[in-house]
Design a protein around this ligand. Structure first.
Ligand code: T3D
Length: 256
């Protein structure tokens, strides 16, 4: 079995991290497999992506057995392996859903938070495990968690290393919904299929705008909105949306 598997259902690509014996901890093969899967996700016929884990874990970050002898040059490894995949998720012009099926720890939390939204099994947990082994958050953990939770709660959580239950993660808005563990794959598929039927280019541009809003001034954001709205009016889905509204029928968006 490959360390990362992909499957297609219509316009939805599901990426499954597949090292279940170690709760899908990252090793070199898993980084490589994830890079290939995220490249596949760029295909124009894919309109929504789900990332999940095989077995009882989502992803517990770095495989710590690789630290047994010596940590090596972590900075170089982060730049060469973790960073490109985090950036690949953010640059996908389509929704990426993390279906957190079990434990997410360390860089596993970072990857879940790099996705556009998170849904969780009621058995899932979230552990910012870096501090528990004397490390700092990486792979975008400090960036995404600060933006989702705000600086005070991010500091408290990231420095405590405390395990959050799925219910707590929901109360903190770290995940948008929690479902029974058995129901998670079906709910993720349903949500992804819903997104896949929406105007994909409009969603991709909305994602760009939200990322831009985090650091922009109001003037810069207004200008970016005007630019992307101009692009949005040139899509087929815009024409279909307006036509369907005027003809009082359900629009059929094709993602173009
Ligand atoms: O190298 C670089 O580039 C630096 C990058 C660093 C990024 C990072 O992610 S640092 C943080 C690394 N992750 C952790 O520190 C998490 C360690 N794991 C845990 O704290 C716990 O496993 C959990 C709280 C996440 C879950 O606990 P639990 O009780 O549900 O499961 P478990 O029994 O601890 O784990 C099950 C198995 O997975 C177990 O193996 P065994 O005993 O059945 O043979 C355990 O050793 C293995 N496992 C869990 N996490 C890792 C791991 N093996 C390797 N690496 C792991 N990170």
């Amino acid at each position: 079995m490959a360390e990362v598997e992909t499957s297609r259902e219509g316009a939805v690509l599901t990426i499954t991290l597949n090292r279940p014996d170690v709760l899908n901890a990252f090793n070199a093969a898993m980084h490589k497999g994830l890079a290939a899967a995220l490249k596949e996700a760029r295909g124009p016929d894919i309109r929504a992506v789900v990332i999940t884990g095989a077995g009882r874990g989502f992803c517990v970050g770095q495989d710590l057995t690789e630290f047994r002898e010596a940590a090596g040059d972590i900075g170089s490894r982060l730049r060469a392996t973790y960073h490109p995949n985090v950036l690949a998720i953010r640059s996908l012009e389509k929704p990426v859903i993390a279906a957190v099926n079990g434990a997410a720890a360390g860089a596993g939390v970072s990857f879940a938070c790099a996705c556009d939204l998170r849904i969780a099994a009621d058995t899932a947990s979230f552990v910012p495990a870096f501090i528990n082994i004397g490390l700092v958050p990486d792979s975008g953990g400090s960036y995404f968690v600060t933006r989702i939770l705000g600086p005070a709660r991010a500091f408290e959580w990231l420095t405590s290393g405390r395990k959050l239950s799925a219910a707590e993660a929901h109360a903190w808005s770290l995940v948008s919904e929690v479902v029974e563990a058995d129901a998670l794959p079906a709910r993720a598929a349903e949500l992804a299929a819903h997104f896949a039927g929406l105007p994909t280019r409009g969603i991709g541009m909305t994602k760009r705008l939200i990322d831009h809003a985090l650091t922009a001034t109001l003037e810069q954001q207004l200008e970016r909105e005007a630019e992307l709205q101009t692009a949005a009016t040139q899509t087929e889905d815009f024409r279909e949306g307006v036509a369907a509204f005027l003809e009082k029928r359900t629009p059929e968006f094709r993602g173009h």
